[in-house]
Design a protein around this ligand. Sequence first.
Ligand code: SF4
Length: 62
Amino acid sequence: MKVYVEPELCIACGACISLAPEVYGWDDGEKAKAINREVAKDQENAAKEALESCPTEAIKEE
Ligand code: SF4
């Protein structure tokens, strides 16, 4: 599973980082970003939950 954040859609609510702190973090522009584009197997459920919880659908799976 690979994920990325569309920075122009991110409103910096922090939900993804709260739900999956090993997958998402803040970038220098104070938007969320995927720490590693390739999600570790044991982080996939958390990564997906965060993706589904993003209020602006800024998190994309590829
Ligand atoms: S949940 Fe969505 S809007 Fe909120 S910080 Fe994460 S990517 Fe940005």
